[in-house]
Design a protein around this ligand. Structure first.
Ligand code: FES
Length: 103
């Protein structure tokens, strides 16, 4: 449909890892896990850190600055010092291409 934006090629996404990419001016963290591909805002809700520089494990991304963790599917803050979640975005895979949708 019209609002889906091409973000990446599937081949560019390392397995069980996260990359940071610019998609139409949005700083996005793009995650690839055995459960699929997920996208969130890349800026931590707690400070000036990029989640794509963090550590992905068990469906959560750990911020590199103070080790706050977010659920990559929902954006929910999972532990202190986080008090706010982050935005997540719908992902659609078509063939080898990864599309995102922004509200
Ligand atoms: Fe991310 Fe503090 S900046 S946990």
């Amino acid at each position: 449909s019209d609002n889906w934006i091409l973000a990446a090629e599937l081949a560019d996404l390392p397995e069980d890892d996260v990359i940071g990419i610019d998609v139409n001016g949005h700083d996005i963290a793009l995650y690839r896990t055995e459960d699929g591909v997920f996208a969130s805002a890349n800026l931590c809700s707690h400070g000036n850190a990029r989640l794509s520089d963090g550590f992905l494990e068990d469906g959560e991304i750990e911020c590199p600055l103070h080790q706050g963790r977010f659920c990559i599917k929902t954006g929910k803050a999972m532990c202190s010092p986080l008090t706010e979640g982050i935005a997540t975005y719908p992902v659609q895979i078509e063939g080898e291409q990864v599309y995102l949708k922004f509200a």
